[in-house]
Design a binder for this molecule. Structure first.
Ligand code: I3P
Length: 109
């Protein structure tokens, strides 16, 4: 699965809260590739650089868990992603179907 999503980083690894100033929502072109989400500025970036691009923009999803962000009321179509190393992200999709697909794709990986 692949496509554009907005992403916000809530916790770095080990549940460490992302500091103020680094909590912005940001648009990425996201690609589920093996056991990772690869995040790129846009589709072009992905074609040029492939998956080895910037390791900061690679989220490992082995033993990760995604669920709808039901308690987050500011935006629609948001899901939360908890990773095995204790980080937490939120992703905003474009519609309900897309959100469900991302959650299923991540959780079955
Ligand atoms: C953050 C930015 C985010 C906001 C976050 C702010 O500021 O305004 O949009 O999240 O709130 O800290 P900055 O740009 O300085 O990183 P929401 O849109 O979810 O409110 P938060 O600290 O409560 O997560």
């Amino acid at each position: 699965k692949k496509g554009y999503m907005m992403r916000k980083c809530c916790w770095y690894s080990n549940g460490k809260k992302t500091p103020l100033g680094k909590r912005k929502w940001k648009m990425f072109y996201v690609m589920l590739e093996g056991m990772a989400l690869c995040l790129h500025k846009n589709e072009n970036g992905f074609k040029k650089q492939g998956v080895t691009d910037n390791p900061d923009n690679l989220i490992r999803i082995y033993h990760a868990f995604a669920e709808p962000a039901l308690d987050y009321k500011k935006k629609q179509h948001v899901f939360t992603l908890y990773t095995a190393d204790g980080s937490k992200y939120m992703f905003q999709c474009s519609n309900t179907k897309d959100t469900e697909e991302w959650i299923l794709s991540i959780n079955r990986t």
